[in-house]
Design a protein around this ligand. Sequence first.
Ligand code: NAD
Ligand code: ZN
Ligand code: ZN
Length: 344
Amino acid sequence: MKALQYRTIGAAPEVVEVETPEPGPGQVRLKVTAAGVCHSDSFIMSLPEEQYIYGLPLTLGHEGAGVVDKLGDGVTGLEVGTSVAVYGPWGCGHCYACAQGHENYCERAGELGIAPPGLGAPGAMAEYMIVDDPRHLVPLGDLDPVQNVSLTDAGLTPYHAIKGSVAKLVPGSVAVVIGAGGLGHVGIQILRAISPATVVALDLSEHKLELATDVGAHHAFLSDESAVEKVRALTGGRGATAVFDFVGMQPTMDLGAKMVAVGGDQVMVGVGTGSLPVGFLDRPFESQVRAPYWGYRSELFEVLDLARTGAVHVETEVFSLDDAPKAYEKLHDGTLRGRAVIVP
Ligand code: NAD
Ligand code: ZN
Ligand code: ZN
């Protein structure tokens, strides 16, 4: 079968021919229907050898959807032919975190060598993929896999980040989304769907700001120093109740810190190299900083249900597996609108 693999540190990923995998006991093979392209893939492919921990060659793709194709020995309760989305942050299934569906924070994944598909285990950018356990599969039902595959990360991650602040997002509050890319443009819609907050998007180019307003942002401003005053002006000087930073570089962290309100949240979702001082004199009183990772298994059900209501959709640009390297080039150049999705 064909697969898109990262094979050499620093080189672009390549389409290669590999053996079609067989599901072992307890595992499920999917015929992949769609796989999403995430900025985290670019991040790991930018790491120097001494920091790269995901194994080589690595079949990419941690946003996956497929049709159940073959069941390993002992798998029950799942029918061949069912259309499913893959919950990516696999855990052990047994620890306290996993017992709550918080497999993204599994206490034993590291020790047991459990890694998400596309971030250690072979991922979804291939004709077939192996899923370690049927519990990682969430039925898609009538949802189109190509249009919705990215909800497994570009939907689930902002959903989880926003749910952590949603109690504060009361009428009159302002939520800021920094970075209206794959995650950010879905985050804007989730904020509109589950909170009454006024949503402000910040990004670097006019076409990203246009996407932000197209998907529901009340305001969209260029991401520079002037944005601080604009957000303050919208809030009578109070500042943002929550800032969701989908970039995580020093400029966006500094910007977030300057615009967050007393008691507000600054939520670091972007995997960047920025950092913030958190001493008593450094931040607004009672403000909180969080760094959430991906989301809970139950929350993936909720995000898919939100998509079923029509409140959330992913703007997608579709590529074939052969053209997948081009999708990464467009992601790198910042010329994608929404999310790139690979259809093998
Ligand atoms: P993306 O490239 O699709 O979107 C990033 C957006 O940020 C782009 O629109 C870009 O123009 C914008 N941007 C860049 N610099 C900016 C700046 N200084 N000010 C404002 N906007 C700026 O990326 P994505 O796939 O949406 O991922 C976003 C980030 O989230 C990445 O760092 C990714 O690694 C990370 N991520 C984290 C998790 C998690 O669990 N915490 C999960 C998935 C992705
Ligand atoms: Zn991702
Ligand atoms: Zn666990």
